[in-house]
Design a protein around this ligand. Structure first.
Ligand SMILES: [Zn+2]
Length: 313
């Protein structure tokens, strides 16, 4: 039943499950413990590059930050040029994104949001994001009736899964802790965004998606608001390189999420490079792996490459 198309266990070729005691209250959610692990419906996580994930159970599909169009911006070669034109390639999206019930937007930057209007129109999925994210999407002709505004704190039930939303922050850069394309919050629909600099961050959110025992926690940017997510107990934590301005970013995120059974690196590829090739590292996922191994030896670190997937149950 479990399909493991790719199980790279970084470095040693063996699973990174070191000895040591389970930390805290244990890693499973209460509902998982009640259900018994074998009864939990499996969920396949497929990486579409950047922070784009398809989470698919037998009954439902959730997309996080589905962005696959990819056009060169120089993001990891000196910094993204804000004047870069936004490109959306429907044929590329059609190739990689089949169906979706729900699309979760973590923030408004192009590498998270630019394909969402097309994905929403084609799939009919509910789209969750902040007021600013939704106004950006409206300006790019996303279907109004599908846009659900959230601000953090919500817990919603869908058919086959729940989504809990948490207020968060984007990672900072430079000595003055600036946020890329921070712009201003948009209380109304702006002119149609043409360049990537028009796609402002618009607030950042994190999400816990629970498919009835198997759950995923995702932050689209490398920052952690520890008090907001205290007590969250995902099965799988997506963790990205970065967070250099946040002391003990990796360790605090692991602590806040109860040292989850599985950690999957995300947003570590150079997204100027093709999605159809193995990921070209832009962030140091090996450093993330080593910090996870040190801080959370019971967690299994699972590296998933472009367009590969792993089944969690
Ligand atoms: Zn961003």
């Amino acid at each position: 039943m479990t399909r493991r198309r790719l199980w790279i266990t970084a470095g040693t070729g063996a699973a990174l499950v070191a000895g040591g005691k389970l930390v805290g209250d244990g890693a499973l959610t209460a509902s998982a413990e009640e259900a018994g692990q074998e009864d939990r419906p499996p969920v396949e996580a497929r990486w579409l590059g950047t922070n784009a994930w398809e989470l698919k159970s037998e009954h439902a599909t959730v997309l996080i930050d589905p962005w696959v169009s990819r056009f060169p911006t120089g993001a990891y070669k000196g910094g993204a040029d804000p004047e870069t034109d936004i490109e959306v390639y429907p044929e590329v999206i059609d190739e990689h994104v089949a169906a979706a019930d729900c699309v979760l937007v973590t923030h408004g930057h192009w590498d998270h949001i630019a394909d969402v209007p097309y994905v929403a129109s084609r799939t009919g999925a509910t789209v969750l994001g902040t007021e600013t994210h939704l106004n950006l999407l409206r300006a790019m002709d996303a279907p109004e009736a599908q846009l659900g505004q959230v601000s953090g704190g919500e817990l919603y039930r869908f058919d086959g899964f729940t989504v809990e939303v948490f207020r968060s922050s984007h990672s900072a850069s430079g000595e003055h802790k600036r946020i890329l394309f921070s712009g201003s919050r948009l209380g109304e629909v702006p002119k149609r965004p043409k360049r990537i600099g028009d796609l402002v961050e618009g607030g950042s959110l994190t999400y816990l998606v629970d498919f009835g025992g198997v759950s995923f926690f995702n932050a689209g940017s490398a920052n952690v608001l520890g008090r907001e997510i205290e007590g969250v107990r995902p099965t799988v934590l997506f963790l990205q390189p970065g967070g250099g301005h946040t002391p003990d970013y990796v360790e605090r995120l692991l602590e806040a999420t109860g040292h989850p059974p599985y950690v999957v690196p995300t947003h570590w590829d150079d997204f100027d490079e093709p999605l159809t090739e193995p990921a070209v590292p832009a962030g140091d996922w090996e450093a993330v792996r080593d910090r996870v191994a040190a801080a959370s030896p019971e967690s299994e670190f699972i590296l998933i490459d472009h367009l590969e997937s792993h089944v969690f149950n």
